[in-house]
Design a binder for this molecule. Structure first.
Ligand code: IVH
Length: 684
């Protein structure tokens, strides 16, 4: 262990070390995120990052917006600066078949008589265009397309994307503009939607709009939670020619040595023929379904920069490039039925049952109809032949009706579908909130669909984590009147459960044990489990952390809840109105009587070895993380503080503790305790 770390007592040493660490960490980030070949462990990486964080804290004069420590996002951006593009951000002209591609290729060749024209093909990423400006190899701006002439600088948000280098590797041109596309990979997008579903929030419709919305978030910490990705597709040709690089394909390859992730494998190819172009198109029209991101076509470019220059641009798009748009997959099938699903919040969603049909590599049996307006707009009737599209959405949607087929049915066509005015589950009135497209069942307390939904949510893994109660059993118990709300779960007895289908003695025992164990689930998860609209895991944590108990949450006013960091008026309103409802309060009272957790429990002290100590924890430890070290301090009676002052009585110092902290502690004569000594003391 390097303690005490006296390496950087001289300022110059520290500044040099900062530079060296930044270069080393940039290189490791590149290996990890771009090449997917890390050469050090996460722990070693974290240790280097921590060392840099500490050194930077001690040397604010060495601040650099592009330091690897700035990746996490943090600063709130008040607004985005509008910046004119150096070259207009044009769009592409589109083509839809081989003939149009051949015509374009002919026009290109005719404008370049006698020249050997090379084409390069790339994927057309379905995301948001971004222009990245590097100066002195550092990322200084990241401009959105805006209106094509002026973009918005969303650099702080783009800096959270791991595949965008903040500092180009040595050897890269000092000044460079790179354009590319930012997108939301499918796996991350689906995971985000799963979380939103769990917290009763509206799911995002498609990755493209979500990526666009994410880039415009004001708080880059939220952006950092959404793993966006970036692919480059354009390097400033003038700068490349100055480096002796004549072709787009070579430039793209070279960007790999500067820290970017160039297109992988077959996603970039060079050809001289239309056949070559169409072979690439045919390959990706199929293979695109296996990609972890959405593409909506192929982009074909003239490869040589001098040819691009001679071809030039029209007002809207370059003559040297062409987009080939994939057909949005569309299938024609029969609308068999429309069902109305009622969620746990009471929202009613129409879902179409279709005659199964192949679409985009999967069999489609259901399609989303969104809401009443959509049904009316399409003028749907059961038995209609409808067109279904997948497009960029995950759930296929009905985009139209084959009217000719419908008319062939003559006068006996069934009536147009009308959105129900009563809840399909309980018959209560449906209400439509002003300005919202969704209808809601008003029978919050007793609608069986809402009751089932709330119970399923309550027992889910991230909430109370109750095992052994499947959807069907929940439905049986609700139907039998044994479960009217989540509090009834704790009144279930073996006698009530045994007669149910799929409930043998052993499964009943397991369920009762699991219910009993769930009473120990921490308060923040109880709060999440209640299924209050807009209270997902994160909000529940915030509420529990700042208010501490049911009693406090129930008493809080909208103003008090809004005042909590990270909570807006819609959430606050929802929380307060739930606790104002006598039925909800009564149900919470029964949960409390059953013995669930009602407040944040401070960890019981493990000992009092640090009683009276006021402790600063700093540096990196070998046997525990810094958070574990901090927990150990409080668990043994010590009080944690963030910075060293005359009141501090002890500094727990790991490796690479910042030199300024060290100097300050020494100056104030505060005992500096290393990891081994600390462990010995708390274990004594
Ligand atoms: S080249 C016109 N290459 O598609 C300037 N664009 O519809 C040269 N896009 O604004 C664009 N993948 O945001 C190019 N491989 C790719 C692309 C691509 C996606 C986007 C880009 C552009 C839009 C045009």
């Amino acid at each position: 262990m390097l303690w005490p770390d006296l390496r950087y007592l001289h300022c110059m040493d520290a500044l040099q070390r900062i530079d060296a660490l930044r270069a080393e960490l940039h290189a490791h980030n590149h290996k990890y995120y771009v090449l997917a070949e890390p050469s050090i462990s996460d722990r070693e990486f974290d240790a280097l990052l921590e060392e840099l964080t500490q050194l930077e804290a001690a040397h604010p004069e060495a601040y650099d917006a592009n330091s690897p420590t700035q990746r996490v996002g943090g600063d709130l951006t008040d607004k985005f600066e509008k910046v004119p593009h150096r070259h207009a951000m044009l769009s592409l002209s589109n083509s839809y078949n081989a003939e149009e591609v051949a015509q374009w290729a002919e026009r290109v060749q005719a404008s370049l008589p006698g020249e050997d024209v090379e084409f390069v093909m790339e994927l057309k990423y379905d995301g948001v265009a971004i222009s990245l400006w590097y100066e002195e190899r550092a990322l200084v701006r990241a401009l959105t397309r805006g209106d094509g002439a002026v973009g918005e600088d969303v650099r702080t948000n783009v800096a959270t994307i791991r595949t965008v280098p903040l500092k180009l590797l040595p050897g890269a041109p000092a000044a460079l503009e790179i354009r590319g596309e930012i997108f939301f990979p499918w796996d991350a997008f689906n995971a985000l939607n799963a979380l939103r579903r769990e917290s009763g929030e509206q799911e995002f419709a498609n990755p493209r709009n979500t990526a666009a919305g994410t880039l415009k978030l004001q708080d880059s910490r939220l952006v950092a939670d959404r793993p966006l990705d970036c692919m480059l597709y354009n390097v400033d040709g003038g700068a490349m020619q100055a480096l002796g690089i004549d072709r787009h394909s070579e430039a793209v390859e070279r960007t790999g040595t500067w820290g970017f992730k160039p297109p992988q494998g077959r996603s970039l190819e060079v050809t001289t023929s239309v056949d070559g172009i169409m072979a690439f198109v045919a390959h990706w029209d199929k293979a695109r379904h296996n990609l972890n991101f959405a593409i909506d076509g192929i982009v074909i470019k003239v490869n040589r920069y001098n040819h691009q220059k001679r071809l030039g641009n029209t007002a809207k798009s370059p003559r040297w490039a062409l987009a080939y748009k994939f057909e949005t997959e569309r299938a024609r099938t029969e609308l068999v039925d429309v069902k109305y699903q009622v969620g746990r919040t009471g929202a009613v969603t129409p879902v179409a049952d279709l005659d199964p049909v192949q679409l985009g590599g999967t069999t489609v049996q259901h399609a989303s109809l969104h809401n009443a307006d959509q049904i009316a707009k399409l003028d749907l009737r059961i038995g209609d032949m409808v067109f279904v599209e997948k497009g960029g959405e995950i759930i296929p949607k009905i985009v139209g009706v084959d009217r000719e087929a419908a008319h062939a049915e003559g006068l006996f066509a069934p009536p147009s579908l009308v959105f129900p005015s009563a809840c399909p589950e309980c018959g209560s009135t449906l209400e439509r909130v002003e300005g919202e497209a969704q209808h809601y069942c008003v029978n919050f307390a007793d609608c069986p669909a809402q009751v089932r939904g709330r119970i399923e949510h309550f027992i889910s893994r991230k909430a109370m984590n109750v095992d052994g109660l499947g959807k069907e059993t929940v439905a049986q118990l609700v139907d039998a009147g044994l479960l009217r709300d989540v509090a009834d779960l704790y009144a279930l007895s073996a006698d009530q459960l045994l007669p149910l289908e799929r409930m043998a003695q052993k499964s009943v025992d397991n369920l009762l044990v699991s219910l009993a164990e769930s009473k120990a689930v921490p308060f923040e998860r109880v709060l999440f489990a209640l299924g209050i609209r807009h209270v997902g895991e994160t909000v529940a944590k915030l509420l529990a952390g700042s208010l501490g108990s049911f009693e406090k949450v129930a008493q809080a006013s909208v103003e008090e809840v809004v005042a909590l960091e990270g909570i807006g008026p819609v959430i606050a309103e929802s929380v307060v109105s739930h606790f104002a409802d006598p039925a909800f309060r009564e149900m919470v009272a029964r949960l409390v009587a059953a013995g669930i957790q009602t407040e944040v429990v401070e960890e019981a002290p493990l000992g009092d070895a640090l009683e009276g100590e006021v402790v600063v924890v700093s540096g990196v430890f070998t046997t525990m993380s810094r958070d574990e070290a901090k927990s150990a301090v409080t668990a043994h009676g010590g009080r944690l503080v963030g910075s060293i002052s005359s009141k501090t009585t002890m500094v727990l110092a790991g490796d690479n503790m910042g030199p300024s902290k060290l100097a300050k502690a020494e100056k104030l004569g505060i005992p500096i305790v290393d990891e081994d000594t600390f462990l010995a003391r708390i274990q004594s």
